[in-house]
Design a protein around this ligand. Structure first.
Ligand SMILES: [Zn+2]
Length: 273
């Protein structure tokens, strides 16, 4: 059972909002939110890490420097330090779920060598296989991914989702129904969302399956230049369609990593802790 959540802004980047909503031509801050769920048996379960404190070091050289130029990033520093400052000893985090391997989600991964790292079995291999300049275009930096990852990784098998088209089909991470991993393909290879219940509400954290709520509520599609950055545009559209259907049915409260006010909304779910 999940009994608490703490969310953090692990840095941010600035982009034209019109890239997503097609009408607001101003630069907007897109936070890189990550959060910790408290499981009554397993302790703190971290979901992503934000940019971490090494983004600028990791993008000093070409071609990685192109990433820094295309998305101006403000770092928020170490993810482990943010947790510890919030009363969550980072060394006690036993599980870390990587939704996908974009640099704004795994920047602090190396700070949690004691944790079991859960990720989709097809999340990393296709990105690693790309030439360096195409990795940058795919928002992947090899540098923040620690060498020890293979020893600490517990892969979520692709077959867990086969033949299950609904975005609500989940992989039961701890075997107790508390944390469901949901395959949300399209944005990045093997992207996972997280479903859980807290405070009597059912939530689905969709990571980057969509960026802003207008995509779900109004069906707005990002501009072609932003769609071109998706790993698989067809799958992306299907995933957004499934999330829109879930939203319409009211089954889950949806949250996405880079939406406005996400960290504050998640923290409101367990204000007592
Ligand atoms: Zn992403």
């Amino acid at each position: 059972m999940i009994d608490a959540i703490r969310a953090f802004e692990g840095g941010s980047c600035r982009q034209l909002l019109a890239m997503v909503d097609r009408r607001t031509w101003r630069l907007e801050r897109f936070p890189a939110v990550f959060f910790a769920l408290h499981h009554t048996r397993e302790g703190w379960v971290l979901v992503d890490t934000g940019y971490g404190g090494r983004f600028h070091a990791a993008t000093r050289r070409f071609p990685a420097r192109l990433y820094r130029w295309s998305t101006p990033v403000q770092e928020a520093g170490s993810a482990a330090a943010a947790l510890t400052a919030a009363g969550i000893p980072a060394g006690e985090v036993r599980h870390l779920i990587v939704t996908h391997f974009h640099a704004d989600h795994v920047g602090g991964l190396a700070e949690f060598p004691q944790a079991t790292i859960h990720h989709h079995e097809e999340a990393l291999r296709p990105l690693r296989a790309l030439p360096a300049w195409r990795q940058v275009r795919a928002a992947f930096l090899a540098d923040p991914v620690p060498d020890w990852l293979p020893e600490r990784a517990r892969l979520v098998p692709a077959r867990a989702f086969e033949g299950r088209a609904s975005a609500s089909a989940t992989f039961d991470l701890f075997g107790d129904g508390s944390v469901g991993l949901v395959h949300l393909p399209g944005h990045a290879p093997g992207q996972l969302g997280i479903s859980f219940a807290l405070g009597g509400r059912r939530l689905l954290y969709a990571a980057d399956a969509y960026w802003r709520a207008c995509q779900i509520t109004d069906g707005v599609e990002p501009l072609p230049v932003a769609m071109a950055l998706q790993w698989d545009r067809r799958a992306y559209r299907q995933t957004v369609g499934r999330l829109r259907a879930l939203h319409a049915r009211g089954e889950y409260e949806l949250h996405a990593c880079h939406d406005v006010g996400v960290a504050a909304r998640l923290n409101q779910l367990s204000p007592m802790r």
